[in-house]
Ligand binder design. Structure first.
Ligand SMILES: C[S@@+](CC[C@H](N)C(=O)[O-])C[C@H]1O[C@@H](n2cnc3c(N)ncnc32)[C@H](O)[C@@H]1O
Length: 148
């Protein structure tokens, strides 16, 4: 194993989790930035060509975990690994953001769903080769159909 360390920190408009859209139909359009620590800035070379990025980050304000979760999108419990709950054994978040631009060590992005000051562990280009018809959405599809 290794000891993770932040490569960057998020500047987001959200100071409190209550401000972040959640539940069915929630849209994440918040703009902000991800500021790389200076020592990691060379790792951003050539990132400008990608429209979207995977951002791996730490739920640094989660205090515990549960193996079941009750997502706002549904009225049933689910296993934590079948959800995006912040309360997980390894508190790691994954968000796809749109890259709006880069100013040196700062990536301007849209689509943030994390609190201001959130530590970032890694950034990768967003690529997907899975055809839409192959994707199943599990309990979420059922919840969407019910609330239709
Ligand atoms: C449902 S999670 C999804 C996060 C990410 N898109 C994922 O799938 O891993 C988003 C919620 O995490 C919580 N959250 C955001 N930033 C956090 C942080 N730094 N520490 C703890 N909880 C956070 C907020 O309640 C937010 O609504």
């Amino acid at each position: 194993m290794f000891t993770p360390r932040p490569i960057a920190f998020v500047h987001s408009p959200y100071q409190d989790t209550s401000e972040i859209p959640r539940g069915l139909g929630a849209r994440h359009l918040a703009e902000g930035s991800i500021e790389l620590l200076r020592e990691f800035e060379p790792g951003l070379a050539d990132i400008e060509g990608f429209s979207h990025l995977f951002v791996l980050w730490v739920f640094d304000r989660a205090t515990d975990f549960s193996l079941t979760a009750h997502p706002p999108a549904d009225n049933r419990d689910h296993g934590v690994f079948a959800t995006r709950s912040p309360r997980r054994p390894n508190p790691i978040g994954l968000t796809v953001v749109e890259l709006l631009g880069r100013d040196g060590p700062v990536l301007r992005v849209r689509g943030l769903d994390m609190l201001d000051g959130t530590p970032v562990l890694d950034i990768k280009p967003y690529l997907s080769s899975i055809p839409t018809e192959k994707i199943r959405r599990g309990w979420l599809a059922e919840a969407e159909a019910c609330k239709g």
